[in-house]
Design a protein around this ligand. Structure first.
Ligand SMILES: [Zn+2]
Length: 454
């Protein structure tokens, strides 16, 4: 098992050999024995390379794996020794092997403290940026302990990618969830260079590493942190679940730092002003940041909304791609527990089927929605919202069911933190820690997209 490599052909390269034996789980195919204890997973660079390609690698894994699960890739400096603990990335400037764009020396903690544990060809492909980014996402899937999806024993015969001899099924593995053709770990993915995790990837990595802790407010792969106290800075830092990273961010209410109950905002409300904590009871405040229009992101990273094909039919609330489309951007009235979307219709529950649907906001039997423990709860029935059966499929209907604290019922609120004057919290880049947020003109960009775990 030490002899083989988790070689990879993402980024347009052809399939390549792979890798060891062991146990498995989830829509992804994982070796749980080689799970990192986490959440911090140190990363260093074995040899110098240019900042641009380093940035592509770091940024890509921060906004995929690190964003999806309770993982924090830390460091990203030059390695100080050949066996320094953590993930060693070797940026090669030549094609790795015959047609590989990258490889890893095993999976999961196999690569811990191993020189060249991960090799990424930083000049690969015709579109080098896409190739490097896709390769990084795929290789870091191996780093987290995942094998190729096509190695699962339930791989359909129609998927024949991969080297038959080296890419054989992993013996003794167990899989949960459906085989996922859209996984970034699947050579049969119709997209040869996926830059986003599939819903199955998101669910799989959360199954192994968990979600971000309740109270986390995160941008990219980092969590908003503060030492606390009046005028204290708020800055992105590696997510660690500590009390300094606990925020209350119910939509429509000012965002508060839980430890000291101070509000996230500022004094002038001008573009470029740094966002900080302040005691709104004792000082005049020009703005407080609040969530207004939010996406409700469910299990697998899809959102509560309407399938386009469903227009004209009973307006059920189903799993759809997230975005700023009016049917899936919600505002929350905490006093009434009401969720209303941008079209002015409310989220209701069918009393018999328990399915969620859009209806009038004055309907007699309004649910009272609340958020907590990472879940979305109907206070009238004390049931929790989930895609029916935990489905990760687009178009799957949402229902309320007995709260069971499973991943299927976990919900994240996603949107911008907007001031009454119409500016948004913005970070310089989604992958840098200590990049102090400032107020900027609101724009649909990743550097303003904030996610809160209730
Ligand atoms: Zn691979």
């Amino acid at each position: 098992m030490l002899s083989s490599l988790a070689g990879c052909g993402s980024g347009g390269g052809a399939p390549a050999p792979d890798e060891p034996t062991s146990t498995t789980t989830a829509p992804l195919f994982a070796n749980l024995a080689k799970r990192w204890p986490g959440p911090a997973i140190p990363v260093c660079w074995d040899v110098p390379s240019d900042a641009t390609s380093r940035g592509w690698v770091k940024d890509s894994v921060e906004r995929t794996w690190a964003q999806a699960a309770n993982i924090a890739f830390t460091g990203w400096l030059d390695c100080t020794s050949s066996n320094q603990p953590g993930v060693h990335v070797y940026p090669s400037n030549y094609t790795v092997g015959d047609n590989r764009t990258g490889l890893t020396l095993g999976v999961g903690t196999d690569v811990d403290g191993v020189y060249g544990g991960v090799t990424i060809d930083i000049q690969c492909g015709q579109d080098t940026e896409t190739c490097v980014r896709a390769t990084a996402i795929h290789e870091f899937g191996h780093v987290l302990g995942f094998y190729h999806e096509q190695q699962r024993p339930d791989t359909p015969s129609t998927c024949t990618a991969g080297n038959a001899a080296d890419d054989a099924q992993e013996p003794g593995g167990t899989t949960l969830g459906p085989w996922d053709i859209n996984s970034v770990m699947n050579y049969c993915n119709p997209n040869p260079s996926p830059l986003q995790l599939s819903p199955g990837d998101v669910f799989g990595v959360q199954s192994v590493y968990g979600r971000k802790p309740s109270g986390s407010l995160y941008i990219g792969g980092n969590c908003l942190d503060s030492f606390g106290g009046d005028n204290a800075a708020a800055y992105p830092f590696h997510c660690d679940g500590s009390s300094s990273q606990q925020w209350s961010a119910l939509p429509g209410s000012p965002v508060r730092h839980v430890a000291d109950s101070l509000t996230l905002g500022g004094y002038h409300g001008t573009v470029g002003e740094q966002v900080m904590l302040h005691a709104s009871t004792t000082q005049p405040v020009a703005f407080d940041g609040t969530f207004q229009w939010i996406n409700l992101v469910s299990n697998g990273g899809l959102c509560l909304g309407t399938a386009a094909a469903a227009f004209g039919r009973p307006p059920e609330i189903v799993n759809v791609e997230c975005g700023t489309v009016s049917d899936r951007t919600w505002i929350y009235d905490a006093s009434r527990g009401q969720l209303k979307n941008e079209n002015g219709v409310c989220m209701l529950v069918d009393a018999s089927t328990r399915r969620l649907f859009y209806g009038g906001c004055s309907a007699s039997s309004q649910p009272r929605w609340a958020f907590g423990l990472g879940m979305m709860i109907d206070l009238t029935t004390h049931e929790c919202v989930e895609a029916q059966g935990g489905s990760l499929a687009q178009g799957a209907p949402f229902v309320t069911a007995s709260c069971d604290y499973s991943l299927a019922q976990q919900m994240t609120l996603q949107g911008t933190l907007r001031t009454p004057s119409g500016f948004c919290l913005n970070v310089a880049t989604v992958d840098e820690v200590w990049s102090m947020p400032t107020l900027q003109w609101c724009a649909p960009q990743e550097t303003q997209l904030v996610r809160w775990v209730p």
